[in-house]
Design a protein around this ligand. Structure first.
Ligand code: HEC
Length: 264
């Protein structure tokens, strides 16, 4: 039993490792890893002159596979199978007509060269899983740090900061956009780190403090560090600049002592 377990863990380990290796050897000469969305947008606006990419980044491919192939709201295994099929087809016969990327991206690139016969089916299957997970890993790695509400209150009190709860549900488009394009940006992380402590709550599982009702997702609830007042609550998504502006407004509302809920 123990040996069997060891072998299974070892194969999973070797397998996931080898998908990364395969990508490194056969794909990464053209597909770079993670570049923040704001930088990519600039790059494409300036006709790819900033990074001179040979192909879309792995993160862009990962987002497109997640969003465009199979049922993203269904179970992961069946979506992965559809992604495997798509990859097998696309790699053996790339054709921009079947592209899952937006035209604003693909117009900067030639069609990908055929890779027919260069990859075994098992390699493509492992690649599918690796590519699927890649964007989530990158977001987790680059994103602002999150705390539980209890820990956030303690930290905010000790450091004289404001608690910010984001209400989200999985598969909410606006929440995904905030994760992919806003919370990974250095300027946003710096602004949040300086004056806020960030909490992320799944509105299907957790309750907001003060018996507040979720206003839909994504939504943002700014709470004083005594845990007694709500400075403001806002629903909707926004750009990096809009979000930074919102943070400034919250700070000045706190200075003026303006609250939407006061239980003190
Ligand atoms: C010689 C450069 C090159 C190599 C090597 C390469 N690609 Fe690409 N790939 C591209 C370019 C350019 C595009 C964008 C144009 C297109 O979609 O065909 C692309 C697009 C893609 C797409 C998106 C297809 C779509 O919907 O438009 C996927 C998925 C992909 N590549 C996977 C891979 C994988 C997996 C490997 C390694 C096994 C790989 N590529 C190796 C150049 C390359």
């Amino acid at each position: 039993m123990k040996i069997l377990l060891l072998i299974t863990t070892l194969t999973i380990f070797l397998f996931s490792n080898s998908a990364e290796d395969t990508f490194e050897k056969k794909c990464s000469t053209c597909h770079k890893g993670y570049i923040a969305q704001s930088q990519l947008i600039k790059n494409y606006e300036q006709n790819n002159s900033l990074f001179k990419l040979k192909a879309p980044t792995l993160t862009e491919l990962s987002f497109a596979l997640r969003d465009q192939i199979g049922d993203r709201m269904g179970d992961k295994e069946s979506q992965l199978m559809e992604i495997e099929d798509f990859l097998k087809n696309y790699l053996s016969d790339p054709n921009k007509k079947r592209s899952i990327l937006s035209k604003s991206v693909t117009r900067h690139f030639e069609t990908m060269p055929k890779m027919k016969g260069k990859l075994k089916d098992e390699e493509i299957e492992a690649l599918a899983s690796y590519m699927f997970d890649y964007s989530e890993e990158m977001i987790a790695k680059h994103s602002v740090k999150r705390y539980s509400y209890e820990d956030a209150l303690k930290k905010a009190k000790a450091e004289d900061k404001i608690v910010l709860i984001e209400g989200y549900i999985i598969f909410c488009r606006g929440c995904m956009m905030m994760d992919r394009e806003v919370f990974v940006e250095d300027v946003v992380k710096e602004a949040l780190d300086k004056d806020f402590v960030f909490v992320k709550e799944n509105m299907l599982k957790e309750k907001l403090p003060f018996g507040m009702k979720s206003m839909g997702t994504p939504s943002f609830y700014f709470i004083t560090n005594d845990g007694k007042k709500v400075i403001d609550k806002i629903q909707g998504m926004g750009t990096v600049d809009e979000f930074l502006e919102l943070l400034d407004e919250i700070k000045s509302a706190l200075k003026k002592g303006e609250f939407v809920i006061d239980k003190s």
